[in-house]
Ligand binder design. Structure first.
Ligand SMILES: *Cc1c(COP(=O)(O)O)cnc(C)c1O
Length: 231
């Protein structure tokens, strides 16, 4: 077995263990392989080991990989910061976007989504740890943004995403993920149908699953340490 295939097997086993311990099934948790900085060959290898969902953070890099891998029926997720001049490429080439944090970006993605494609699946990125430097809408402004995004015609608002401040303390990890879950539950009580919590990375996906993650975004634990320069 290749390193990527055995890493994937280990990550899947850890997802299963965390889900079981939380009284959930592993079928409730979708694994996104975060392939940013890794070459198409690594993605191909993961695909042949059964991985279907891949996530990218940089538009230019992603477009060249999507072209190189067009023969594979991969579901592409965009998880990086979004500049206005990149929305068209994202709307045309991805199935999901997890990092929407402004109405203007959502409006552009909706307007630019090609008519022959299904609605773009959207998560709103929430600045759950209230870090000044990080992207994401502040918790107090999520509801207002969500109500507006939910009305856009070519988007399907599925849920919330967060990248909490990194911590080695499992209870701190869980507290941040619980806040995102509570925000999602609040929006559901206000009438939105949100089934997705995109939370948890290599170092904290088990805690995220304990708190209800439905998508975990795992890079390093599958592909290894990222190179300093992209492929
Ligand atoms: C890079 C990245 C990940 C994956 O992080 P790892 O620690 O390598 O698992 C997850 N989510 C986002 C938004 C990222 O940018």
């Amino acid at each position: 077995m290749t390193t990527i295939a055995s890493n994937l097997q280990a990550v899947r086993a850890a997802i299963m263990a965390a889900a079981t311990e939380a009284g959930r099934t592993s079928g409730e948790v979708t694994l996104l392989a975060v392939s940013k900085t890794f070459a198409p060959d690594a993605i191909r290898e993961a695909y042949h080991a059964g991985q279907v969902h891949f996530a990218e953070s940089y538009v230019q890099e992603a477009l060249s990989k999507i072209a190189a891998l067009h023969d594979l029926p991969i579901e592409w997720h965009f998880i990086g910061p979004i500049q206005s001049n990149k929305t068209r490429a994202i709307a045309e080439h991805f199935a999901w976007v997890h990092s929407v944090d402004r109405l203007k970006i959502a409006e552009r993605l909706s307007a630019q989504r090609p008519a022959h494609l299904p609605p773009l699946q959207i998560c709103l990125q929430v600045n759950i740890s209230e870090e000044l430097s990080k992207g994401g809408v502040p918790s107090g402004e999520v509801a207002q943004l969500a109500m507006k995004v939910a009305r856009l015609p070519h988007l399907d608002l599925r849920g919330l995403m967060a990248i909490p401040a990194p911590s080695d303390d499992v209870s701190a990890q869980r507290a941040a993920f619980a806040r995102l879950r509570e925000l999602r539950d609040q929006l559901c009580r206000q009438g939105l149908r949100l089934d997705t919590l995109s939370m948890g990375m290599s170092h904290d996906f088990a805690a995220a699953i304990t708190e209800g993650a439905t998508m975990v975004r795992v890079g390093t634990a599958i592909f290894g340490k990222r190179p300093l320069h992209n492929y």
